[in-house]
Write a protein that binds this ligand. Structure first.
Ligand code: HPA
Ligand code: ZN
Length: 324
């Protein structure tokens, strides 16, 4: 459980896959609503499978569950359920990832996904006073041509999106593959982030910085192995969106006590705390702050990490001033 002050500390969530907030109960509700059959007996059977060996074993289940998301209303309901939960953890701003290539493979056009999620964000702004935006993620183990086709599709709506990201299976799919895609996204006015250094080495973080010109690095925990990289991140104030419970559940670290959070902070890196896929990893953002607390971060340090999340967000200066 999170203490009340951790919960109410104003914070931004910058590493959140909206599909990773799909709770088993909602998955079965949407499956029934859409006439989709999930390959699991019931909610308990699905939850029993939340025992992952690595990133890929998680992704297999995560993509399997995404088949229940079909209509604009489904995406709105998913986003509103997350925002309601996030409000109780003191989230004031969220930059939400989504995976259009996976939805397209399920027959759902990207416009349906964007319209549904934007309607959810509108509800979040009015009902919970949470601001935010959408970051379209490129699924890196799909062909590069598929990412290019996605950019063609979203180009007319780029002004409705905050940025572009890069996610899914990391090892063997280096950032360099997507240099052209990210260059074009920048020309469309999209902010740039990428998952790097979650399972793959620090070299992937360097590539994301140098070739994709990313403004934040998602996870980035393997940066701890490269002192020169740590110094670069710190000097240029390139934030890492760290997700401690995800790293434990996907065995990117052997156990929480071995998490490099303290080393990253001590190296002067702008570290933020986030939940990644909270339904699957046993905790929302407040639980991830609690994990940091259990690593020895005191209340003042946690407040500093929360302030980092606001600084590292893509909110405009006026909104940032409101958030702190
Ligand atoms: N890493 C890569 N891809 C993902 C993740 C993650 O932690 N969560 C959802 N897609
Ligand atoms: Zn992630």
């Amino acid at each position: 459980m999170t203490s009340p002050d951790l919960r109410t500390l104003p914070k931004a969530e910058l590493h959140l896959h909206i599909e990773g907030t799909l709770e088993p109960e909602l998955a079965f509700t949407l499956a029934a609503r859409n006439g989709v059959t999930l390959p699991f007996a019931d909610v308990d059977d699905l939850r029993r499978r939340y025992d992952f060996e690595d990133l890929q074993s998680f992704l297999d289940l995560y993509y399997a569950c995404m088949v229940v998301l079909r209509t604009e209303q489904d995406f709105t309901d998913l986003a509103v359920a997350y925002l309601e939960r996030a409000a109780t953890d003191g989230v004031r701003h969220v930059e939400m990832f989504f995976d259009p290539q996976v939805h397209a493979a399920n027959g759902v056009p990207v416009d349906v996904v964007i319209d549904g999620l934007r309607a959810g964000l509108d509800v979040g702004r009015e009902r919970f006073r949470i601001t935010g935006g959408l970051i379209v993620c490129i699924v890196r183990d799909h062909p590069v041509a598929s990412a290019e086709a996605l950019l063609d599709e979203i180009a007319p709506r780029a002004h409705e999106l905050l940025g572009i990201g890069l996610d899914s299976a990391e090892v063997g799919y280096p950032p360099s593959l997507f240099e052209g895609v990210f260059r074009r996204a920048a020309e469309l006015g999209l902010r740039r982030v990428a998952h790097a250094g979650e399972e793959a080495p620090a070299a992937y973080v360097w590539e994301a910085l140098r070739l994709l010109d990313v403004e934040r690095v998602d996870h980035g925990i393997r940066s701890v192995d490269d002192p020169e990289l740590l110094a670069h991140l710190a000097e240029h104030r390139v934030a890492l969106t760290v997700c401690p419970l995800s790293n434990v559940r996907l065995r990117a670290v052997p156990e929480l006590s071995a998490h490099p959070l303290r080393e990253l902070v001590d190296a002067g890196v702008v570290v933020t705390i986030n939940s990644d896929d909270p339904s699957y990893f046993g905790g929302y953002i407040g639980d991830n702050y609690a994990a940091a607390a259990s690593l020895g971060f005191d209340t003042a340090e946690l407040a500093h990490l929360a302030a980092n999340s606001i600084e590292a967000s893509f909110a405009d200066a006026g909104r940032k001033a409101d958030l702190v």
